[in-house]
Design a binder for this molecule. Structure first.
Ligand code: ADP
Ligand code: MG
Length: 698
């Protein structure tokens, strides 16, 4: 059986049904095998007809017997056809009725042995019980195994035009021919008490008698675990191999004991936290090593990642290399540039800003300075990834806000240097064990504390009349000389509406607070003007900044104490948390006010409640992960990891950890999986990762 066989050519499918399967994301025989039921129904427990009773709840009852009579009747009023079949099993008889399915008379013929499974209802005329449109299965034409009735039956997320029965029958056909060789070793199967692959796949679709239906519905059976384990193992094998390739490559050996660290740190107006110091030491360790660094730095919004990155960049510069910092938005890049520049003045180190907003004349100059090595530190956006950007001697790359960039972009930036060290920073932290597993090819550093003196931001979800509270708090804070952000979402389809909302709000606020100045910032404003407005806000010449999400990440104005978010229900959790992180930086009481109007989805409610409940980025990330599910959370496309079909990173975290351990163990003993006993495993791994693995060697 060829697993890559086009679904169309599988028995029972054909071109029309193939289209329907495609709609469900099923293109090959293999896709079909991994099309797992989303729930199961217990239609086992075949009972004597005499004993069945009218349904109390929605449970199915199942009987088996011979068809003794059939007829088609027409309802007097609606003129609908009803097919009726009466079956007997020796203990009694019962009639089943199907609306509008007169064709069944050709199928459920007299004398046939059948199993019926469905709801039992009381006849309105008081003649007794009947079965209401039950699922049926004819026994004498099947090859013995019941698949629709008389057992625990799988239920799939089908699409209009495909019935459960059709999917089940086609799947059964594929399963009967399925014979993929086992790729896990006997030792692994025994160690984790896992069934063979073929058995596991079969049992997921057609669970054996006596299976626990609750565990099936939760995806918590040995069969599910077995499939998840294999998926994770293949994922981790890829990551382990990537990592082993990188650790073998030779990179730059930096001298990390030069004077620049002390010179920089002695000029800071604060003391580094212990976490910051520890992470700097971890990075220095990597920089001193002869292999390229690939490190992920996780830390909550406002924990002070920038100074850590700057320290590392200066070490690179001190060693005669250039360093680059890539940020996801122009505003953030500008912000970094401004911040970092203030430290460089007396250090005799130069920096430049490179974004797509740079004018073409200046652009030429910049490109030349970068390629000739006249500039030490380059800060910019994804514009840095363009082909024209060439470095003289790039030794260190920082990527801020990892979630916004894909693996490919990381690789492109890296290629601009000779195996530079790479530091990836993210403010969307995920639990450590999870991070280690999902980003298994990266080393992980965590800044687990905020600088001292920070007071948790007070977060309130205000709706209806309570919106007025936002106004009072704003008034109060402005009176104290504080500054305020008002943020509007910018959703593409309603861009105009939202832009109008933001513009009107800016005007309204200006009228309400004539003694203060309001400013407006949105995506359509030219970048020079944007910078001007940000500068004015930073210098407190503007007190009220109304903006679309351009301030989403990284903006740093310690005097701002109020963050008002309009249509807060439209933002994702990590975005809300990022926005909240813009206030509470100055050690004063600060507010994050989440405004909503109108109906809110259950998920939206959960997000807003979470925001009110906690300020902790790790908790928020965990909640986010559980609301959105791992696929969405990691953005399968961007994360660069292969898609998981059955496994669930959250639910199966323990299995993931075990699989990771085993994968790294295997790669340690057999780095390229060359040993004959790993042949099948390697083949499966390569197929799963396809082209993605090549990124390892870039
Ligand atoms: P993030 O990790 O979100 O990128 P930043 O690096 O922008 O955070 O730092 C947030 C603010 O905290 C900045 O104003 C920075 O100067 C300040 N900061 C950083 N480290 C410390 C520290 N150890 N003590 C006090 N303030 C600090
Ligand atoms: Mg930051």
């Amino acid at each position: 059986m060829d697993l890559q066989k086009d679904i169309q050519y599988i028995k029972g499918v054909g071109p029309a049904r193939a289209k329907l399967f495609n709609r469900l994301g099923i293109h090959t025989a293999e896709d079909l095998l991994y099309f797992t039921p989303f729930r199961y129904e217990d239609r086992g427990n075949i009972r004597p007809i005499r004993e069945i009773s009218q349904n109390s709840g929605d449970t199915f009852q199942t009987v088996q017997g011979k068809v003794i009579a059939t007829r088609v009747i027409i309802t007097p009023r609606q003129r609908k056809k009803i097919f009726e079949a009466t079956i007997a099993d020796g203990s009694g008889y019962i009639t089943a009725k199907w609306f509008n399915q007169a064709f069944l008379k050709e199928v459920l013929k007299k004398e046939r042995q059948v199993v019926l499974s469905g709801h039992v209802r009381a006849d309105q005329y008081g003649y007794g019980l009947y079965m209401d449109g039950p699922e049926f299965e004819i026994i004498d034409t099947e090859d013995g195994e019941l698949i629709h009735t008389g057992r625990i039956v799988p239920i799939y997320h089908v699409t209009h035009g495909l019935t459960q029965k059709v999917v089940r029958s086609i799947l059964k056909g594929v399963l009967d021919l399925y014979n993929r060789p086992e790729i896990l070793s006997k030792e692994l199967l025994e160690k984790y008490h896992l069934p063979a692959h073929r058995e596991a796949i079969h049992n997921i679709h057609f669970p054996p008698e006596g299976s626990d239906i609750e565990r099936l519905n939760k995806g918590d059976t040995r069969s599910h675990k077995r499939i998840s384990f294999e998926e994770f193992l293949l994922l981790e094998l890829g990551l382990a191999m990537k990592k082993s390739v990188v650790t073998k490559e030779s990179g730059i050996v930096f001298n990390v004991d030069g004077p620049v660290i002390r010179r920089l740190h002695s000029r800071l107006p604060y003391k580094l936290t212990l976490s910051q110091q520890r992470v700097i030491d971890e990075i220095r360790g990597d920089m001193a090593s002869p292999h390229p660094m690939n490190r992920l730095l996780q830390g909550d919004v406002g924990c002070g990642k920038t100074i850590v990155a700057l320290t590392a960049m200066l070490i690179a510069v001190e060693n005669g290399y250039q360093a680059v910092l890539m940020a996801p938005t122009e505003v953030l890049a500008e912000q970094h540039y401004r911040n970092i520049s203030t430290y460089l003045d007396q250090l005799n180190i130069t920096a430049c800003l490179f974004t797509s907003g740079v004018k073409s004349k200046e652009r030429g100059n910049l490109l030349q300075n970068i390629s000739e090595g006249n500039v030490n530190i380059v800060i910019g956006t994804h514009a840095l990834l363009e082909e024209g950007v060439m470095f003289k001697r790039l030794g260190f790359a920082v990527i801020d806000e990892q979630h916004k960039f894909g693996v490919l972009q990381r690789a492109t930036l890296k290629k601009k240097g000779y195996n530079p060290d790479v530091l990836i920073m993210t403010a969307t932290p995920i639990p450590r064990t999870l991070a280690m597993s999902v980003y298994g090819d990266l080393d992980l550093s965590v800044i687990g504390e905020l600088p001292p003196g920070r007071i948790p931001v007070i977060t309130r979800w205000l709706y209806g009349d309570r919106r007025r509270e936002a106004y009072y708090i704003m008034q109060e804070e402005l009176r104290k000389g504080r500054q305020v952000y008002v943020v509007y979402p910018l959703v593409e389809e309603s861009e105009k509406v939202d832009l109008k909302g933001a513009t009107e709000m800016a005007e309204k606020l200006q009228k309400s607070f004539p003694e203060n100045r309001a400013g407006l910032l949105h995506g359509r404003i030219k970048s020079a003007q944007k910078e001007e407005i940000m500068g004015q806000f930073k210098r407190n010449e503007i007190q009220l900044l109304v903006s679309t999400t351009v301030v989403e990440v990284g903006v740093d104005v310690p005097n701002a104490t109020v963050m008002i978010i309009e249509h807060a229900e439209r933002f994702g959790l990590s975005q809300l948390h990022q926005l909240r992180g813009r206030v509470g930086r100055g050690g004063d009481k600060s507010y994050c006010l989440l405004l909503t109007s109108g109906g809110i989805t259950e998920e939206g409610r959960r997000r807003l409640n979470t925001m009110e409940r906690t300020n902790n980025g790790f908790e928020i990330a965990e909640e986010d992960l559980s609301i959105r599910g791992p696929g969405e959370f990691f953005g399968t496309r961007q994360s660069g990891i292969p898609e998981l079909k059955v496994a669930n990173i959250l639910r199966d975290a323990k299995i993931l950890e075990a699989a990771k351990k085993e994968a790294f163990e295997i790669v340690k003993k057999d780095p390229s999986l060359d040993k004959p006993e790993h042949g099948l495993l390697r083949h499966a791994m390569e197929r799963k990762w396809r082209d993605k693995l090549e990124l390892a060697t870039i």
